[in-house]
Design a protein around this ligand. Structure first.
Ligand SMILES: C[S@@+](CC[C@H](N)C(=O)[O-])C[C@H]1O[C@@H](n2cnc3c(N)ncnc32)[C@H](O)[C@@H]1O
Length: 251
């Protein structure tokens, strides 16, 4: 299994950063989909459990996989020991279970980590195998922004927060793209206060971006059926101003 490269300092500040910049965007949408499901749910790329932990508290029969040991370590720390069996170190590409799911989710750009067509199709075909007959797959990706792809982002402070009383953390992001490869090469720099002064660490990562009809073709090639691609978490149809692809399909 290919492990994900999320370093410890990214994992450590993940919940703090995304409580601020992401929770209000997508959490209610996914929790509602989970609530509407009577059976088992699987979250692929469960991360620190930003959505998973809320769903579990609300009584969902939810399981989670992630191929980052550091993300899972953080998630387990926040789970009661009797719930640890629900999460496992596995990849979307080749995960295995001895059960099927009525809803499989991959929230917050998990598929952008699948760089090659082989990985994307393996993941989708694998998911298909673990969906019940009436099961749904829902995942989201960002709509590529042509201006951002063309110009890139030069170092931008996109988050400042307090991770402990009186101790700040700042996150700077920058990126450039390769349109032909459909890849974004990003850098996140974290700078945080400690008793001995500031620490600064940089993480280089890649994100594969997708276009609408490419997604439709992948879904079809994997033997899945598209229900719809929404354009935002308020359930609006995709339009020329949409920022999100929210893909919903069934077996
Ligand atoms: C942006 S995070 C999203 C985490 C969580 N779903 C959320 O909404 O906060 C993406 C997650 O996908 C995981 N990931 C990346 N590639 C993966 C793969 N091939 N299989 C499973 N998880 C993967 C990463 O380790 C990371 O935890």
């Amino acid at each position: 299994m290919k492990h994900s490269s999320y370093p410890n300092y990214v994992t450590r500040f993940y919940d703090l950063v995304y409580a601020d910049v992401r929770d209000a965007v997508d959490v209610n949408f996914y929790l509602r989909k989970i609530r509407e499901t009577s059976g088992r749910v699987l979250e692929i790329g469960v991360g620190t459990g930003r959505i998973f932990r809320r769903a579990l508290t609300a009584g969902a029969d939810i399981y989670g996989i992630d191929n980052s040991a550091s993300m899972l370590k953080r998630l387990r720390k926040n789970l009661a020991p009797e719930e640890h069996h629900r999460v496992s170190l596995q990849s979307a590409v080749d995960f295995k279970f001895d059960m099927k799911f009525d809803l499989i989710l991959a929230p917050f750009r998990v598929f952008s980590h699948l760089n090659t067509i082989e990985e994307q199709l393996s993941a989708l075909r694998n998911i298909r195998q673990y969906l019940t007959n009436k099961g749904l797959l829902i995942f989201d990706l960002f709509v590529p922004n042509p201006k951002m792809l063309a110009e890139g982002i030069s170092e931008l402070l996109d988050f400042t927060g307090e991770y402990a009383p009186g101790k700040k953390v700042r996150r700077y992001v920058s990126s450039y793209s390769n349109i032909v490869e459909q890849m974004i090469y990003g850098k996140m720099k974290f700078v945080w206060d400690t008793n001995k002064g500031k620490i600064s660490r940089e993480w280089n990562f890649t994100m594969r971006f997708f276009f609408r009809y490419e997604l439709e073709h992948l879904i079809q090639l994997a033997g899945l059926n598209l229900v719809t691609i929404l354009g935002d978490f308020q359930r609006h149809k995709l339009n020329k101003n949409s920022k999100e692809f929210i893909v919903i399909c069934f077996k």
